[in-house]
Design a binder for this molecule. Sequence first.
Ligand code: ADP
Ligand code: ASP
Ligand code: MG
Length: 413
Amino acid sequence: MKEILKFGGASIKDAKSITAVSKIIKDYPNHNIVIVFSAIATVTNLLEGLVEAYHRKDDDVVIKFNEIKSLHISISKNLFEQEHFIFDIINNLFVEIEWALEEEPNQMYSYDYDQIVSVGELLSSHIMSEYLKIDGFKNELIDIRDVFKSDNNYQNANIDWDLTKEICKQKIKNIPVVTQGFLACSSENFTTTLGREGSDYSAAILGNVLNAERVVIWKDVNGVLNSDPRHFSDSKLLDELSFSEAIELAYYGAKVIHPKTIQPLQVKNIPLQVRSFINLENPGTIINDCQITYDMPSYIVKEKQILVSISDKKLSFIVEEHLSYIFSLLDKYNLSVNLMQNSAVSFSLCIDNSKNSVKFLNELRNKFDVLYNSNLVLYTIRHYNNQSLSSFIKNKKIILEQKSRNTVQLITE
Ligand code: ADP
Ligand code: ASP
Ligand code: MG
């Protein structure tokens, strides 16, 4: 019985938590496991800041680089003897970043991003594999870039499933295995990444191609809750969810699971357990092919939203041709629509505020009259009832409301 265990950045944020994760792995009843690690907490953000500074040619590139390097060295000093070879591995990985930083930035920002930001997962997986070994847990470290083959859509690469399946069968034989989340490799042999928070998806890909019995993702919360505890004080655990309900929650923005995670598991009916690395006695949430009715509303919050209202410059009707052009621009800038609504002469859509949303709005203005409100909050309530809804909207200034049988979405200031 093979299982995939995935540990996110929060679970390995310092030496103490790394020691605790090692214990979880050693005590886990099944050692027929593949263990996927994200970068240590905050490291992906720090590396992202480094790539941005390098592209802008800021003065603090070296300061940013040194901050990330010392973070890894200081954590490792609390885990390993001074002469352990992990320090050479860490130094070598940082030399690779240094070499990249000495070059002129590539025209393609996302290429540089993937080459540099990927080092976060290489560092954490090496540290974890070696620490597990000295803690008595034998394992083989596999570079997932030798296994996950993708296209070269940097920062959001698409997996070549057939090739990945074939290689996986050959390469992942000796278990237990430690590997990286988030990373893959293009046919030109360049590192690619699968999109922010993509390590959950990596675990699901492994679950699918290895026909695992179960995938377990370990979080700093007890499982999937009916709301984000960072926004609500009374979040409740959902013990069991169907694959389709989990896809809906993730799609609307419940940040606990990456939206791409469920589909590779659903097609092979592989259960996904979301559980806490802190409260080990709590089994968390199990996501499977169950058919259940949900009587408790779930709340999903998306901040930093922009509501864009688009109309024709001559106030003529917004017809399919306009919509097709608007969607081609959304595709060009890789933007997802969180909500949309149309009337005869205008079309409104709600998107995340990002660098690309600014570019999108600028290009849109060439053809349309564009008005927008920014810094809004989008609430999605699944399985709402009239009582919970009316108490929820009390004292909120609602700009737009959209209801279907199961879901209500509200945009507020
Ligand atoms: P990872 O360490 O795997 O990267 P994340 O930080 O991405 O973990 O996900 C865990 C966080 O997701 C929690 O700390 C919680 O604040 C947030 N979260 C958002 N929505 C939910 C939800 N519905 N249930 C549980 N946690 C949620
Ligand atoms: N380290 C990556 C990120 O922070 C991937 C992940 O953690 O899932 O986005
Ligand atoms: Mg995460």
